[in-house]
Design a binder for this molecule. Structure first.
Ligand SMILES: Nc1ncnc2c1ncn2[C@@H]1O[C@H](COP(=O)(O)OP(=O)(O)OP(=O)(O)O)[C@@H](O)[C@H]1O
Ligand SMILES: NC(=O)c1ccc[n+]([C@@H]2O[C@H](CO)[C@@H](O)[C@H]2O)c1
Ligand SMILES: [Mg+2]
Length: 230
């Protein structure tokens, strides 16, 4: 079973922190960070407001990100090995991919691939304060947060909601530990849910489907399960 889990949400809501904890706790778990797909600085458009438009989908090479997701889908075991993730023998049939980033649910070709979509939020003041403590590869010029970052966050979130994309909202002001345990437990329930769906119906109790919950990508299993050939 293959599960793609989105850890999305606004800037500085704690996505990378939560993702790193989940990565250590989940079996056969790989990660793709959307921030690794920013285009080079000289390809980032400058808006009428004078700001480099970092917080728009066009600033990311989403095709390259999708190709990376497809590489994982076609062989999660090979992908894991190539990324230094050792496959645990007791969970051979389970593969999890965490996608982490601030615009995960706005790119159409990706949006239906998720089994679960989380969306972290913090209040405006907290977000602005956390952001002011950060050092990005390209430092924020004065006024960027209110002039570009926050309005783009609002625009994409409104679009996502208008498009009916189902997400599980998470309160990013909770402690790191609380968020970690909440999401870990929820993903473990998804895994259980999905493994029961693939079991014969007589052995399967009825389970409600939560928001954004969908069962994983399954590949036809060969008669005798064999490791991928590299
Ligand atoms: N639950 C939390 N409570 C308080 N502070 C947190 C929490 N999680 C993360 N932080 C802090 O908030 C800041 C942003 O965290 P993090 O880098 O994980 O967010 P992000 O959503 O990945 O941000 P970015 O937009 O830069 O990708 C960091 O300084 C981090 O230490
Ligand atoms: N990673 C980068 O190259 C980069 C450069 C400039 C700004 N950012 C910011 O990262 C956030 C997403 O994590 C966005 O809000 C960007 O403004 C990233
Ligand atoms: Mg981050």
């Amino acid at each position: 079973m293959k599960l793609i889990v989105g850890i999305g949400g606004m800037t500085n809501s704690g996505k990378t922190t939560l993702t790193n904890s989940l990565l250590r706790a989940l079996p056969n778990c790989c990660v793709i960070h959307q921030d690794d797909f920013f285009k080079p600085q000289d390809q980032i458009a400058v808006g009428e407001d004078g700001f480099k438009q970092w917080d728009v989908l066009e600033s990311l090479d989403m095709e390259a990100m999708l190709n990376t997701v497809q590489a994982w889908l076609s062989s999660p075991r090979k992908f894991a090995r190539a990324h230094g993730v050792s496959v645990q023998p007791e969970a051979l049939d389970t593969h999890i991919l965490l996608l982490e980033g601030f615009l995960l649910y706005s790119y159409k070709p990706l949006v239906d691939l998720y089994s679960r979509r989380y969306f972290l939020t913090v209040p405006y003041e907290e977000c602005k304060w956390r952001r002011s403590t950060r050092n990005y590869t390209v430092p924020d010029p004065p006024g960027l947060f209110d002039g570009h970052v926050w309005p783009m966050y609002q625009k994409y979130r409104q679009e996502m909601e208008a498009n009916g994309v189902e997400v599980v909202y998470l309160d990013g002001t909770k402690s790191r530990e609380e968020l970690f345990h909440e999401v870990l437990e929820d993903i473990q329930n998804s895994l259980l849910n999905c493994s029961q769906e693939s079991a014969p119906s007589s052995a399967r109790p009825a389970r409600p489907q939560g928001p954004g919950r969908g069962c994983g990508h399954r590949t036809a299993r060969p008669a005798a399960s064999q490791p991928d050939i590299v």
